[in-house]
Design a protein around this ligand. Structure first.
Ligand SMILES: Cc1ncc(C[n+]2csc(CCOP(=O)(O)OP(=O)(O)O)c2C)c(N)n1
Ligand code: SF4
Ligand SMILES: [Mg+2]
Length: 289
């Protein structure tokens, strides 16, 4: 466990690995990485207590750049890996990170089930509305009409709204940040970490190399903080504000007033009678005991 002395002694440098980020100059992911360093420091966590889990993508390289444990996984499989780590060792602090393609295209199914399972993990998406690593294809969050190498005549598909998706899937903490506001983003991440259950934070994180539409300038003009009187315990208000396109709101849209996480469920089964445990939980416990 981290004690308060250690918190004071820990510096941002303690969370940086020797690997320097390989992202293009001006990539939004730098701001997210800085926000994560600050959030981990604010929590006072020792780097060796933390596991950063990712899939594949430019954004999914992030664990390399932190002095924590890391698991650079398989494209779209961030959530199963994070679930396995958390169930195997609930004492570890698990943060999941990755891209919009990783989370909502190939990983879309896992995303839905992690949300409804209420896994106690904060999941930070670097949403650049494009596939960066593979050099610029349309992603699930790209707008209709968006022209890329994969949609040279314009994207025919409706964009996924990640916040609506998370709310519909039963996520108990749903927020949006912007990598151009790393201080506010770090605060959101800390609140997501403090939430007991699945904390989803979609972050506008521009890709200046392949997405010339959703730029820092674009977001600076389009974003606004959620109204001060917004009640994050209201699911209906969260959904209404998540649907707004003008402005694009930033902040905590929804936080369920009571949230029982997947891990709580596992723990209660562990402390209760084995006979009462549903088969699936029994098998998980047996595998990791
Ligand atoms: C199973 C599998 N399918 C496809 C790929 C190719 N691939 C690698 S990254 C990627 C998309 C990356 O986009 P995103 O997740 O948004 O991350 P970004 O690079 O934009 O940060 C794709 C399609 C792969 N590595 N593995
Ligand atoms: S291609 Fe885009 S997302 Fe990838 S590192 Fe470069 S700017 Fe960032
Ligand atoms: Mg992307």
């Amino acid at each position: 466990m981290s004690d308060s002395t250690a918190v004071l002694e820990r510096k941002i440098e303690d969370y940086k690995s020797e690997e320097k980020p390989t992202w293009c100059p001006g990539c939004g992911d730098f701001g997210v990485l800085n926000a994560l360093y600050n959030a981990m420091r604010a929590k006072g966590w020792a780097p060796e207590e933390i596991v950063l889990v990712s899939g594949i993508g430019c954004s999914s390289r992030l664990p390399f750049f932190a002095a924590t444990y890391g698991f650079h996984g398989v494209h779209g499989r961030t959530m199963p890996i994070a679930t396995g780590i958390k169930v195997a060792n609930p004492n570890l602090k698990v943060l999941a990170v990755g891209g919009d393609g990783d989370a909502f295209a190939i990983g879309g199914n896992h995303f839905l089930h992690a949300a409804r399972r209420n896994l106690d993990v904060a999941y930070v998406i670097m949403d650049n509305a494009i596939y960066g690593l593979t050099k610029g294809q349309t992603s699930p969050t790209s707008s209709v009409g968006f022209v890329t190498k994969s949609t040279p005549r314009g994207n025919p598909d409706q964009a996924v709204n990640p916040l609506e998706l998370a709310l519909a899937a039963g996520a108990t903490f749903v927020a949006r940040g912007f990598s151009g506001k790393p201080k506010e983003l770090a605060e959101l991440v800390v609140k997501g970490i403090d939430h007991n259950g699945f904390a989803f934070i979609d972050v506008y994180s521009p890709c200046p190399t392949f997405n010339k539409v959703n730029t820092f300038k674009y977001y600076r003009e389009e974003v606004a903080d959620l109204p001060k009187d917004h009640d994050p315990t209201s699911y209906e208000a969260a959904l209404r504000l998540a649907m707004s396109q003008d402005p694009l709101y930033l902040g905590i849209f929804y936080q369920a007033p009571q949230s029982t996480s997947f891990e709580d469920h596992v723990r209660s089964q562990q402390s209760g009678s084995e006979a009462d445990a549903p088969q699936v939980i029994e098998s998980i416990l047996r595998r990791f005991s």
